[in-house]
Design a protein around this ligand. Structure first.
Ligand code: URA
Length: 218
């Protein structure tokens, strides 16, 4: 964002007062949205990603498909299930607030979940249930091709890496995404965990600052 602002300022200083956006870049951004829509349509048609009884359909990822950062959570909760949007409940509102605090807007990034419908009683999805949805998450990531995947909690990390690691030991670490080593993975706490354990907030915000710094370096 800062780079764009600086470039625009420099251009205006040398006399440019109108800027035309390349048609190609507009077309490109439409394409990523279209590709994501295709995946979501396939999910609905194939019904391979486990669809829990009582869940009224899938909650897909949302946000900027051109973002260098993708946030991955575990599974939608009750409000997400009702509104069909990820992270719009209590944990989501807390995440938005903390993103703002470090200078990031939710709309700038892309947010999704490993499992796309709400497990009964908000329980953790089983490995088998996760496996059934992972091909779709991997396709989402392939299309967005981010520089950084932020795993919110250990279930997200398990989905992304294919193995589980304790958050307490590995939070804040940056590791390679196994399917494309140029993509990095950052593990942090799930926002719902911080709401239950406020002492961890400082480290969570520290991790979000790391994300912001990562974006600025790109
Ligand atoms: N928790 C998650 O992991 N995902 C959501 O979308 C909401 C809460």
């Amino acid at each position: 964002m800062h780079k764009i602002k600086a470039t625009l300022l420099a251009l205006s200083e040398i006399g440019f007062d109108v800027l035309y956006v390349e048609r190609e870049s507009v077309k490109k951004s439409e394409d990523r949205r279209k590709l994501l829509e295709e995946i979501f349509k396939n999910m609905e048609r194939e019904k391979k990603c486990v669809l829990y009884e009582g869940a009224s359909g899938y909650v897909f990822g949302e946000g900027n498909p051109y973002s260098p950062v993708v946030f991955v959570g575990e599974a939608p909760g009750e409000e997400e299930n009702q509104l069909k949007r990820p992270f719009v409940g209590k944990a989501g509102r807390y995440l938005n607030q903390k993103l703002k605090e470090v200078g990031l807007e939710r709309e700038e990034v892309y947010i999704t979940n490993v499992v796309k419908s709400r497990p009964p009683g908000n329980r953790k999805p089983t490995p088998k249930e996760m496996q059934s949805c992972l091909p779709y998450l991997r396709k989402e990531i392939e299309i967005i091709n981010p520089k950084l995947i932020v795993c919110l909690g250990s279930t997200a990390l398990e989905g992304i890496l294919g193995k589980s690691l304790p958050v307490s030991k590995h939070r804040g670490e940056i590791i390679d995404y196994p399917f494309k080593r140029e993509i990095k993975v950052l593990l942090t706490y799930h926002p719902a965990y911080i709401l239950r354990n406020p002492y961890a907030e400082k480290e969570f915000v520290e991790d979000l600052r790391k994300v912001k710094a990562y974006i600025e370096r790109i």
